[in-house]
Structures are given as structure tokens and as C-alpha cells.
Design a protein around this ligand. Structure first.
Ligand code: MG
Ligand code: ZN
Length: 216
């Protein structure tokens, strides 16, 4: 597994994001954003396993210090590059561009960027991705979309994860879904338990369709 260290940004983020987008024009790229512990890595592990033999996924793992998530992804047999942000709380286009240098882009259909766990500033940085996907877990409480609207406004899809735990929380799926739709009526919403696999098929079908659409 390769590890890329963050460097000082020398050029404007949007310019580098544009260059990343040009490099990735044949590929579909998804930027996963959530607070810590929402289950991005587990969702990604299950997604890689479910799409195996169908969609080749490569992963850019953003983490502040450790390589634990990248090791989990490598365990699924996916090509993965770890970006160590060295204390920074988000990925930027420059870090992603350097990570792309280490991936086999020609052999990849879908790149998933797992952003640093943080619901605030990752939403402000274009990485050159096609889709931002917000992940919200039911154990975080249903007030997150209203408190952090930018990430939901910028995203194309939202995953409500840990749905198997709904009976043990005060999470009101109907109310939260309504609030998310108020912020962004165009969002695709997936209710998933990455742990049990509930709802995973619909999410994987959406990804498969996005990959197919981009190739054609
Ligand atoms: Mg993770
Ligand atoms: Zn940040």
C-alpha cells in the first residue's frame, strides 16, 4: 500500500481540481463525506465486495494520521492509496492529484475518495470528482442535515447508514428524509445498513449506472 503525504498547496484548488477532472474523464469518481464514525469505510468495504467482478474500484483514503482504513480497503483486494493529511481536516485537489499518480487508472472503473471524517470543510473543496456523497449514520442524530446543510446541498446522493440501529435511537427516518429533501430536493437518498447489507443493492445499482453512463 502506498502512502502519500500532504504538501503545501502551491496552486489554487479549483485549477488542480479541473486537471484531476480531465485525467479522470473516462472514470467515475465519488467523494464520500461524513463525520467520523458514520461508517464510510465499512460501506466502502461492502461496496467493493458487492461490485467485485462487475465494477473495478480504486480508492483514495484520506486520513489525518493512520493507515488503518487503507489497510481494511486493501484487504478487500482493491487498489488503494493512503493520503496522510498530517493534521489537516479535509482533502484538497492537490492531495488527490498526487494520489492518482499511484493508481492504475487504466484498469479502474470507479474511484472512491474517502474524505477525512468531517462534515464541515470537505464540502468546500472540489477534488475533481463527479459526485459528492454525504454519509449520515442514524446514531449521530437526525439534526445533522439542518446543522451542516452545505454538504447536503453540494452532494448528489446521501446515504443514511446503520439503519439496523434505528429501533434503538430517536432517529425519525421520515422527518430526516424530509429535512434533507428541503435542503436539496435532487438528492438520491439510500437507507443502508453496511453491517447487515440492508439497502446495499440499491446503492450499488446506482453506482453501476453512474459508471455505465460515464463510459457511454
Ligand atoms: Mg474511515
Ligand atoms: Zn478542513
Amino acid at each position: 500500500m502506498k502512502v502519500v503525504m500532504a504538501q503545501r498547496i502551491l496552486r489554487a484548488n479549483d485549477q488542480v481540481a479541473k486537471e484531476n477532472r480531465e485525467r479522470l474523464q473516462r472514470l467515475t469518481t465519488v467523494n464520500l463525506i461524513s463525520s467520523p464514525g458514520a461508517g464510510k469505510t465499512t460501506l466502502l468495504e461492502k461496496t467493493i465486495a458487492a461490485l467485485k467482478g462487475d465494477v473495478v474500484i480504486s480508492v483514495v483514503e484520506g486520513d489525518i494520521y493512520t493507515t488503518r482504513d487503507a489497510e481494511r480497503i486493501a484487504g478487500q483486494g482493491a487498489d488503494v492509496v493512503q493520503v496522510n493529511t498530517e493534521g489537516l481536516c479535509h482533502l484538497d485537489a492537490n492531495m488527490v492529484g498526487r494520489a492518482l499518480d499511484h493508481l492504475n487508472l487504466a484498469g479502474t472503473d470507479l474511484i472512491v475518495i474517502e474524505n477525512v471524517g468531517n462534515l464541515v470543510c470537505p464540502a468546500e473543496f472540489d477534488l475533481g470528482e463527479d459526485y459528492k456523497v454525504a454519509v449520515l449514520s442514524v446514531t449521530e442524530g437526525g439534526d445533522k442535515p439542518a446543522k451542516y446543510p452545505l454538504v447536503f446541498r453540494q452532494s448528489h446522493a446521501a446515504v443514511i447508514n446503520k439503519s439496523d440501529l434505528i429501533p434503538y435511537t430517536d432517529f425519525d427516518l421520515e422527518t430526516v428524509t424530509r429535512e434533507i429533501m428541503t435542503i436539496n430536493p435532487d438528492l438520491e437518498i439510500f437507507v443502508i445498513s453496511a453491517r447487515t447489507g440492508e439497502g446495499l443493492e440499491k446503492w450499488c445499482a446506482w453506482l453501476r449506472d453512474r459508471v455505465r453512463e460515464k463510459k457511454n
